[in-house]
Design a protein around this ligand. Sequence first.
Ligand SMILES: O=P(O)(O)OC[C@H]1O[C@H](OP(=O)(O)OP(=O)(O)O)[C@H](O)[C@@H]1O
Ligand SMILES: O=c1cc[nH]c(=O)[nH]1
Length: 194
Amino acid sequence: MSEQPPSSPAPQSDGPAGEPEGRVVLDDRDIARALTRISHEILERNKGAADLVLLGIPSRGVPLARRVAERIAAVEGVEVPVGSLDITMYRDDLRKHPARGPQHTEIPAGGIDGRTVVLVDDVLYSGRTVRAALDAMNDIGRPDVVRLAVLVDRGHRDLPIRADHVGKNLPSARTERVAVRLAELDDVEGVWIS
Ligand SMILES: O=P(O)(O)OC[C@H]1O[C@H](OP(=O)(O)OP(=O)(O)O)[C@H](O)[C@@H]1O
Ligand SMILES: O=c1cc[nH]c(=O)[nH]1
């Protein structure tokens, strides 16, 4: 029998979220260190910041992408374009996913054609969000290279998708919930598992 798809989290409101239940796996300083490392990894892999574009997947991938861009600017002195990519209508599990209005897609002025696009998200789980992001990008342009950076990889992939840059590999049970909170959007900052 085939495995069940991951269970859907409860519908989310768009307002700031408070502290989740469970055990803290990353605090604000851990997140800062992980993003600093990821930023250096991206620069090493790309041999600098040339042609880079960071696209955050809403909601929390967007502030994470901005934080990476800030770090790259500090290290390299280059302003990397940052955008956001709404994947809502490209999901293949829309019926199971909590109803949520479309989010914001904002492609930087230079576009993504011929660029190295780094998709940024908070959690990588089944891989269906990233698959949807690849489809969404296909309607926008044709990057030379697409890479993936995530704050947390919790495993349990349904699809052959992997991250190039990972803040923390977090072994988890399918029944567990990983919750990310970021100061830009929420009342607290950290990663919790429950
Ligand atoms: O690999 P997957 O199984 O697709 O899961 C990962 C996605 O799930 C979460 O998004 P969610 O839809 O919960 O919304 P959020 O971005 O507002 O947290 C998370 O932010 C990732 O985008
Ligand atoms: O536990 C999970 C699963 C998917 N997305 C999350 O943010 N957390």
